[in-house]
Design a protein around this ligand. Structure first.
Ligand SMILES: Nc1ncnc2c1ncn2[C@@H]1O[C@H](COP(=O)(O)OP(=O)(O)OP(=O)(O)O)[C@@H](O)[C@H]1O
Length: 334
């Protein structure tokens, strides 16, 4: 099967900054693939390389079987892009924006149908300059959907969307995948990724740290599971027995509950130990490591405090929509 995206040793330096450091990654056709990483990890640089907005220092990128540099025009014709920083033309209406993308891609889509799909048909004939941030995001998404692209590349697609908008975005992504499109999207909103992705890659400091399913990530992170068991009473013998079990990392108890933290190990053995000690089990809950904790496991570097401070700084100073004019509707449609 042909890959939708294939990166081999992809490296990009901006002066002294190593934005990408030998990235190898394959996204199969038809996948919904999440591209995760903290601020500055290199996600946008990767996406820009796929579209030949950025030229790699070393390595190569293939998109839909074509070379990202040599065949960029054909690639852009078959790819729909939602860039991380986009500018709409204030004086053009939503409908005109979509028509522009349709003309550029020489397709016969109905602009109103696309605006309908992204939920802003009501505002089709209003100037985009008066659109809210979320409406602009929806408009650029409508432009990305023009021509039934084989590959959708969405850079932080939920930016600016309210919870309803984010849910609609997930629905659209699923619809596109059902149509047969590959969807590659970057995010640091982990719930978004968990809700729809077949697989995810985590990028940190320009390197891929892992590629897996979410379930696989959980497993490989060696994530601890916490069992909370409600009982009629807590016999001391139960606590002693639990402590002695393989894989049990911690045991805590209140009057009616026992909480067991375990790594690898058998949940059944835990429940057996409690019952053998004479307690009656009334309820039983399991909680797994959250995706946030998991993400931190993969992206935390040795000096955690410094990294956190750097990330806070970036978050405080970054205003991509206002300062980055790299992406505009012309580029989206090209
Ligand atoms: N044009 C550029 N000139 C200089 N440095 C750049 C340029 N573009 C990106 N970088 C640097 O490359 C690194 C990766 O940036 P990139 O925008 O790809 O990260 P990202 O993962 O998309 O981050 P975010 O989540 O904040 O959007 C950063 O250190 C960034 O400062």
């Amino acid at each position: 099967m042909r890959s939708a995206i294939e990166l081999t040793g992809l490296t990009k330096h901006f002066g002294d900054v190593v934005a990408l450091d030998g990235v190898d990654l394959t996204v199969e056709e038809g996948e919904i693939f999440g591209f995760l990483g903290p601020n500055g990890a290199g996600k946008s640089t990767t996406i820009d390389t796929l579209l030949d907005f950025v030229r790699p220092t070393a390595g190569s990128a293939r998109v839909l079987g074509m070379d990202a540099q040599a065949e960029s025009l054909e690639i852009r014709r078959r790819v729909g892009v939602l860039p991380d920083a986009y500018r709409v033309y204030d004086r053009l209406t939503g409908r005109q924006h979509v028509q522009f993308a349709i003309d550029s891609k020489r397709t016969d889509d109905d602009p109103m149908a696309l605006l309908e799909r992204v939920g802003i048909a009501d505002a089709a004939d209003r100037k985009a300059g008066g659109y809210s941030k979320g409406m602009r995001q929806r408009l650029v998404l409508a432009m990305a959907l023009v021509g039934e692209p084989d590959l959708l590349i969405l850079d932080e697609p939920s930016t600016g969307l309210d919870p309803n908008g984010a849910r609609e975005m997930r629905r659209l992504i699923r619809e596109e995948a059902e149509r047969g499109a590959t969807v590659f999207f970057s995010s640091h909103i982990l719930e978004q990724v968990e809700a729809i992705c077949d697989r995810v890659a985590i990028l940190n400091e320009g390197k891929i740290v892992t590629v897996d399913t979410i379930a696989g990530l959980r497993e490989s992170a060696g994530s601890a599971t916490e069992l909370t068991i409600t009982v009629d009473a807590v016999p001391d013998a139960a606590l002693d027995a639990l402590d002695a079990l393989d894989g049990v990392q911690g045991v805590a108890a209140t009057d009616r509950t026992i909480t067991v933290t375990m790594g690898a190990g058998s949940k059944t053995a835990i429940l057996d130990a409690i019952e053998s000690a004479g307690a009656e089990m009334l309820d039983f809950r399991t909680s797994e490591t959250s995706l946030e904790e998991l993400f931190a496991t993969f992206t935390t570097v040795a000096d955690t405090d410094e990294t956190a401070a750097e990330l806070d700084d970036e978050a405080a100073t970054e205003h991509p929509d206002e300062t980055d004019d790299a992406a505009n509707p012309a580029e989206v449609a090209r």
